[in-house]
Design a protein around this ligand. Structure first.
Ligand SMILES: C[S@@+](CC[C@H](N)C(=O)[O-])C[C@H]1O[C@@H](n2cnc3c(N)ncnc32)[C@H](O)[C@@H]1O
Length: 566
């Protein structure tokens, strides 16, 4: 509507327009939402996962069960929302970078360079997935998203909106292509970004990186406390003159007979008075105040003579590690040598996949979050060739951890079946074979392979059976209990093989036979009861309450169950 036409508007129309404008987003990113088929389908039917038992890899019962899900990640994340809500420690994703060069499909079509809605499609796609993903994070969970210049601005704003700017922990620049992109017109791009966000930055921890051998070497001196290096106690550079900090200008007294120092003038003679004066005769200051010097004279301060002059040094003790910097530049992050070529070696085939990350880049990204969380669950829902799974296995191998991974990738160009799965199975095999029988590290972990599927909500017998079977599998996934123990007409019991048990009851008629069974078993169980009415079941389990922990069936499953069985 043209400007002049406002004059013809009625008062009511103008008020309505003002109210609409006032409601509009004041700051942030706006785009035209583009509906997506897979999201629409998940509203009509119950998304589930179906296991491909032929692809299961079993190594060691007590090792974590890792999951690989083949299918669209919107679907997979919807299922994980009823199996893994609030259970994931770390999400690492490397989404398509939307470069316009046949790298990414939206609703089954490639998004081209000249598509005017390319950013809108990308944002619609990412928003839905990131919102589902956020629910999966633990209260101290962290998400890492890699991206390059094509979408950094839009994705960055979207992440700020979903996770909150206050939860943005850092934006790393990783030099993944040290040679630089040769076909760039103006600058040879050699880096990409890794954006770190926390579910809540108050709970988040980023661990220190180990010192490099060169860094550790500098701390070659050693006393009974630790390794250290010596730094002059005399300040240099800015703010180092006596006039700048007069309170840090004072003498330190050294007694050569006892080889000890003091800030109070000793009685008698024979001591040396040392002032912070540099080689050019400029009056400087000490780095520490009088009180600190006094308190540290015993173990932390060293006197050394050079060219007939006494100098004072402070011990700089070796650190536990170094705080990760925001620029990561190291040959090990080269995606070509430690991604593409590594993958070709593992799979023994050329041109296996175009965009794998460097194993070490992913490894270090994950390590600084899970160094002390050795049983962390790590999710990657743009898994591609499975570098994240490989990195988790490698980290466990290094420190004996029991981290587990959940990977999801679609099967575009057979990436899941022909690249990701074979890669993971070869890495698992290799780890198994590379270590001695006794080594704790020789048990790399188990893998279950799932595909995405739906249960229709029409009340047919086939759908009823499928719902019962599939929701059972989903509850097994939720509780990490897959070993079948016992079956009755209306119940099933599972265990994880080392102490945890799961009971699922499909009808009220199953409650009594189930109770009889668990009294015989005499084991603690997590129990789910399918029921058409809303009534709580606590009372019916009062007599076995020492054995049973009742949990509600996830709402999404229950609502389809009610639609089918009512
Ligand atoms: C940039 S690659 C990730 C590469 C991975 N970091 C690696 O090192 O191999 C993105 C992957 O996400 C997959 N993908 C794209 N859209 C997807 C979707 N909607 N659901 C599941 N996977 C998807 C693509 O097939 C591609 O393999």
């Amino acid at each position: 509507m043209g400007k002049e036409s406002f004059e013809n508007w009625t008062k009511e129309e103008l008020i309505r327009e003002i109210k609409k404008l006032k409601k509009r987003k004041k700051y942030g990113i706006v785009w035209e939402a583009k509906p997506e088929k897979v999201a629409e389908l998940c509203k009509e039917k119950l998304p589930v996962l179906v296991e491909d038992k032929n692809k299961e890899i079993k190594t060691e019962k007590k090792e974590p069960i890792n999951l690989l899900i083949e299918g669209d990640n919107y679907h997979a994340l919807s299922v994980l929302n009823y199996t893994h809500k609030g259970k994931v420690d770390l999400i690492y994703i490397d989404p398509p970078y939307n470069t316009g060069s046949k790298s990414w499909k939206y609703n089954n079509d490639y998004v081209e360079k000249d598509d005017t809605f390319k950013h809108s499609k990308f944002l619609s796609f990412m928003e839905k997935r990131l919102k589902l993903a956020k629910n999966l994070l633990k209260v101290d969970g962290i998400i890492i998203v890699t991206i390059d210049s094509y979408e950094i601005f839009s994705l960055g704003l979207l992440l700020d909106e979903i996770f909150g700017e206050q939860n943005r922990l850092g934006i790393l620049t990783i030099e993944h292509n040290p040679r630089g992109r040769s076909d760039d017109k103006f600058f040879a791009t050699c880096h990409e970004y890794a954006l770190y966000y926390a579910k809540n930055s108050k709970n988040a921890v980023i661990e220190k990186l180990d010192l490099t051998p060169e860094q550790a070497e500098a701390f070659f001196l050693k006393d009974e406390i630790s390794n250290y290096r010596l730094l002059p106690l005399k300040r240099s550079g800015s703010n180092s003159r006596r006039t700048d900090r007069p309170n840090l200008w004072f003498p330190i007294y050294y007694d050569p007979t006892t080889k000890s120092g003091s800030v109070d003038k000793p009685r008698g003679k024979g001591f040396v008075e040392i002032w912070p004066i540099d080689g050019k005769g400029i009056e400087r200051v000490w780095r520490w105040g009088k009180e600190t010097v006094k308190n540290n004279l015993g173990t932390e301060i060293v006197f050394k003579e050079a060219n007939g002059k006494l100098n004072v040094f402070a011990k700089d003790r070796i650190k536990e590690g170094r705080r990760p910097k925001t620029i990561w530049s190291d040959p090990k992050y080269d995606a070509s040598s430690h991604g593409t070529i590594l993958l070709e070696k593992i799979l023994q085939k050329n041109k296996a996949f175009d965009y794998p990350k460097s194993l070490y880049a992913v490894n270090d990204c994950i390590k600084i979050v899970t160094k002390k969380k050795r049983e962390a669950t790590v999710l990657d829902f743009f898994a591609g060739s499975g570098t994240t799974g490989h990195a988790v296995l490698k980290l466990n191998l290094e420190d004996g951890g029991k981290r587990k991974f959940i990977l999801c990738t679609n099967n575009e160009n057979n990436i899941c079946t022909d690249i990701c799965y074979p890669r993971l199975s070869r890495v698992i095999e290799e780890i198994k074979n590379s270590e001695g029988e006794e080594s704790v590290n020789s048990k790399p972990g188990n893998l279950k392979y799932f595909k995405t599927d739906f249960v229709d909500a029409e009340p047919t017998d086939i759908n009823k059976k499928k719902l019962v079977d599939k929701s059972t599998e989903m509850l097994c996934l939720r509780e990490d209990c897959f070993d079948f123990v016992k079956k009755g007409k209306f119940f099933r019991i599972f265990s994880n093989g080392w102490g945890k048990n799961l009971g699922i009851i499909y009808d009220d008629e199953g409650i009594n036979p189930f109770k009889k069974e668990i009294r015989k078993l005499n084991k603690n169980l997590v129990v789910y009861v399918f029921s058409l009415d809303e009534s709580a079941r606590e009372e019916e389990f009062e007599d076995v309450s020492d054995l049973v922990q009742l949990k509600p069936i996830p709402a999404v499953i229950l609502s389809v169950y009610k639609r089918i069985f009512k």
